[in-house]
Design a protein around this ligand. Structure first.
Ligand code: PAF
Length: 283
């Protein structure tokens, strides 16, 4: 596995690879890799000649009271995992190289962000979009791989690629789960033992909501109530949001129809976890 730390060297390498006719698949990450990230790499390696993974904890997407400083980091461990998983190039840029100057432009994501994490983390997706525009221009991938655990991010990246005409194909990859159903996340390490036992109930709660829909429930408020009651009964987590929206437009619905997402964020003492379920409904 090749390791590149400078933005200039990465871009030159990407240009060279493309001149040689190689296809590039890209998995952007913030490190502290888990099975979810490795699954993205697996898909990329199967579909491209070269798989680039970036590890960069992007300060722009964290709010002032969020966990930027505490975000888990272990680059040496990540290097081994990335290498074993089949990453061809690991891009590890420095903050001073990614953001050398006070930026002249501010990216403002205008749609798909007034709900879910966009509402409770103002500015988060502006930061995500900014770093991705930079990474897409540096790495010039044909395909990019994103996990569906952050379905809103997938919806925003979908718009970003279309709105800015990036010649990139977005490949959403199904959420990787522990055996008990908990979605894999770098933040799971911050759960206490008791919270870790409770955390699988987030997905179980979402499944209860999906089950109600499959049994004919069409009122979004009722579905949300079912999920809410289940999570309140089975965890001590503080519900940040539970929402039912159209997918990928992320618009509120009067009645459950078409492709929908039920998504939630729940705060435990040191970790805020997100999860979702997407359903294709009949009417
Ligand atoms: O999903 C993440 O880890 C981050 O939001 C991303 C896409 C790497 C951008 O910093």
């Amino acid at each position: 596995m090749e390791i590149i730390t400078s933005t200039k060297a990465m871009q030159e390498r990407a240009i060279e690879l493309k001149k040689q006719g190689h296809s590039i698949g890209f998995t952007p990450t913030m490190g502290f890799l888990h099975e979810g990230h490795l699954k993205l790499v697996k898909h990329s390696s199967q579909q491209n000649d070269i798989t680039v993974m970036s590890i960069f904890v992007n300060p722009l997407q964290f709010g002032p009271n969020e966990d930027f400083d505490a975000y888990p980091r272990d680059v040496e461990r990540d290097k081994k995992l990335a290498d074993n998983a089949g990453v061809s190039i690991l891009f590890l840029p420095e903050r001073s190289d990614m953001y050398p100057n006070e930026p002249s432009f501010e990216i403002n994501v205008a749609k798909r962000t007034d709900v879910l994490c966009g509402r409770s983390r103002p500015g988060h997706f502006n930061g995500v979009a900014t770093i991705l525009i930079k990474l897409f221009n540096i790495i010039m991938p044909e395909k990019v791989y994103f996990g569906m655990k952050d379905a809103q991010q997938v919806a925003v990246v979908d718009s970003l690629i279309k709105d800015f005409n990036f010649p990139i194909h977005l490949i959403p990859v199904e959420t990787e789960r522990e055996e008990d159903g908990l979605a894999r996340s770098s933040r799971n390490v911050y759960l206490s033992d008791e919270e870790r036992n409770q955390a699988p109930h987030l997905y179980k709660g979402l499944q209860k909501g999906a089950e109600a829909i499959r049994n004919g429930e069409i009122n979004p408020a009722t579905v949300i109530h079912i999920v809410e009651e289940y999570i309140k009964t089975n965890t001590n987590g503080k519900i940040d949001y539970i929402e039912l929206l159209s997918f990928p437009d992320l618009e509120a619905l009067n009645k459950v129809h078409g492709k929908i997402i039920i998504a939630l964020a729940v705060k435990f003492s040191k970790a805020r976890l997100i999860d979702n379920i997407i359903l294709e409904t009949q009417s």
